[in-house]
Design a protein around this ligand. Structure first.
Ligand code: ADP
Ligand code: MG
Length: 614
């Protein structure tokens, strides 16, 4: 047989490498911004169009490149950052693999303009699909501008797999945050479709965090600082009471490089043990400095994972340092190592003493304990004929009640249609009971029905919200004192997109500023204490899965609200509330599956019991 192995042409090899390095526009943003940092830039500007799908441009005022270097920079394994294998273990730069530009140029239209300080004139290079189409001398200022257009233009499969613009933008913002948080001394700007998204001046660490996450963050930060032989740690953790249900604000940096580490996360999380509620996650911005010889960064193409020589020691140290800081914070809340007079003072005690009138909030409030009337008018459909729980026992055979859709029950047997519930005179004595405050059990004609209370309530709320968003506005309950919630700018922008739908569910917004929203009314039956959590969850749901518009957006909104507001497992319900829930469930269009397609109920046939007694 003839020899069949051949070397891949460069442009193919580059495309393959691109598959590892460039997953989406955000990966390009990361690589280009890191190159600008390695070039010693003091100002970095990121310009985007259409979530980076049309244009990603990074402009820096770093050292620039000579004409020869400019041309070489697009070759694979071309790097100015390391020379020998040993250098890999003494890294002081973000890049070192020499792959990014070659990879990006293989799958996009790239234009590079650059000039070094000492040169009179700069160079411009245009590369398309690994091919240099233009190289010329141009007038330029010191520094480098790289424009990446039409990402994945030659790989339709990749292009088609890109998510909606809001989702891709979210990924870009995440990368932007990571880079900007790692380098507070560099000023960053981000412009998207002509509008300013971030404008971060040169600052200290605390200011940088606050500029990114919003001014209210300032008072949430607890400083962390420790130095040992193997590692230096500095940064901040968020006070335990600001722990969130979403994992948004968790940042580790090792030698100024953002990394992911579930191991180190565990160390920090365990320092918060007992201080935060279950299902909540601590927030942190922790900067580790270690000897470059003691880590390996080259274990992943995107360099977001690091292997430490002394992992266990770092774990223990991190845990105790964070614990210590939290403890110190408890006794000395104004401890602040990095106070900066030029910045608005974080701890304004004069303001603190002016206590706002408190609002009595009944945290145990359960909508089912209140009058049925109130619950009915907001969540259930006003289909009177079907709305009586008792009718489920007696009436299903009647022509009148055929609308109740029970065909989705997986109940075997000839009596399936029309007679799921027991018929008879005993409806008054019908009992429901709870198992472990999680399931509601009731008898039906063929045996037993077990209903998952939380999922059932999710279904009820979900259909109610969908209805109020799309057909008939929900009932609003005015708050005595408006609630103010603080978010970062992009989060407020996100909320603005769904304000109309939220208002239809019953929320009333009295003010929406850049970094805060003021809520004057909430959907009827909603406890005030839950509002903040609901908005956290809503934002995080929308961030991770932003549908473009229309129905799916309403759907996601209804789902998110329903999930946060539904009664949870573990809540004890009065018998009347149990019945009422089941009654509402069966007034739903689809009583058998939750908004997330989980089964809500199961039925157990008497014949199943019979078998057990044989
Ligand atoms: P790496 O960063 O791993 O070295 P890249 O493909 O990202 O590989 O870049 C290749 C080389 O191009 C870099 O080593 C650097 O010398 C040069 N370069 C890239 N971007 C810039 C920039 N913004 N300013 C100056 N030089 C740059
Ligand atoms: Mg690089």
């Amino acid at each position: 047989m003839a020899d069949i192995i051949q070397l891949l042409p460069d442009h193919v090899a580059n495309q393959i490498a691109a598959g590892e390095v460039v997953q989406r526009p955000a990966s390009v943003v990361k690589e280009l911004m890191e190159n600008a940092i390695d070039a010693g830039a003091g100002e970095i500007k990121l310009v985007l169009k259409d979530a980076g799908k049309t244009l990603i441009q990074v402009i820096d005022n770093g050292v620039g490149m000579s004409p020869t270097d400019a041309r070489l920079s697009f070759e694979r394994h071309a790097t100015s950052k390391i020379k020998t294998a040993e250098d890999l273990f003494n890294l002081h730069t973000k890049g070192f693999r020499g792959e990014a530009l070659a990879s990006i140029a293989a799958i996009a239209h790239v234009e590079l303009k650059t000039k070094i300080e000492s040169a009179e004139i700069g160079s411009r290079i245009v590369v398309e699909g690994s091919e240099v189409v233009t190289q010329e001398a141009v007038v330029a200022v010191k520094g480098t501008t790289i424009s990446v257009k039409n990402l994945f233009y030659n790989i339709p499969a990749r292009r088609n797999f890109l998510k909606s613009n809001p989702v891709e933008t979210r990924h870009i913002i995440d990368e932007f945050h990571r880079v900007a948080l790692a380098h507070p001394a560099i000023s960053f700007q981000m412009i998207h479709n002509g509008g300013d998204v971030f404008n971060l001046p040169e600052s200290n660490l605390r200011q940088r965090i606050v500029h990114i996450l919003g001014s209210k963050t300032n008072e949430k930060l607890v400083p962390v600082s420790e130095e040992t032989d193997i590692v230096k740690v500095k940064g901040f953790v968020l006070k335990p009471e600001f722990a969130k249900k979403s994992r948004g604000e968790q940042f580790f940096f090792v030698n100024d490089r953002f990394i992911k580490s579930s191991y180190l996360h565990h160390a920090v999380a365990s320092a918060f043990d007992g201080l935060i509620r279950t299902e909540h996650h601590p927030g942190y911005f922790l900067y580790l400095e270690v000897d470059p010889h003691s880590i390996d960064i080259n274990i992943h193409p995107t360099k977001t994972e690091v292997k430490f020589e002394d992992e266990h020691a770092i774990y223990a140290m991190l845990r105790s340092t964070v614990k210590h800081s939290l403890g110190q914070f408890n006794v000395a809340p104004i401890l602040d190592f990095e106070k900066d007079a030029g910045f608005d003072t974080p701890y304004d005690y004069s303001k603190r003493s002016a206590v706002m009138p408190t609002i009595e909030v009944d945290r145990n409030y359960n909508p089912f304990h209140s009058e049925r009337k109130q619950a009915d008018n907001q969540f259930s459909f006003k289909r009177e004929r079907q709305s009586s729980w008792e009718s489920l026992y007696v009436g299903l055979k009647d022509e009148d009640n055929r609308e109740i859709s029970l065909d989705s029950f997986a109940v075997e047997g000839e009596e399936m249609t029309g007679s799921l519930f027991e018929k008879g005179n005993d409806t008054q004595g019908k009992v429901t009971f709870q198992i472990q405050n999680k399931y509601i059990v009731t008898s039906i004609k063929s045996g037993l029905m077990v209903v998952h209370q939380s999922l059932a309530h999710q279904r009820v709320l979900y259909e109610g919200f969908l209805r109020s968003i799309t057909v008939q506005e929900g009932v609003s309950q005015q708050l005595l004192f408006p609630i103010t919630l603080h978010f970062s700018k992009p989060k407020v922008v996100l909320l603005k997109n769904i304000v109309e739908q939220l208002e239809r569910t019953g929320f009333v917004f009295t003010a929406i500023d850049e970094e805060q929203i003021e809520i004057g009314g909430v959907p009827g039956g909603l406890s005030e204490a839950d509002v903040a959590g609901i908005f956290e969850q809503l934002i995080s749901d929308f961030e991770s899965d932003i549908p473009n518009a229309g129905f799916s957006q309403n759907d996601l909104l209804a789902k998110s609200l329903a999930k946060s507001m539904a009664i949870k497992s573990g809540v004890s319900l009065e018998p009347e509330a149990q019945e009422h829930l089941i009654h509402q469930l069966f007034a739903c269009k689809e009583p058998s599956v939750s908004p997330d397609n989980r089964p809500i109920l199961i039925t157990l046939d008497v014949t199943d019991f019979d078998k057990k007694f044989m």
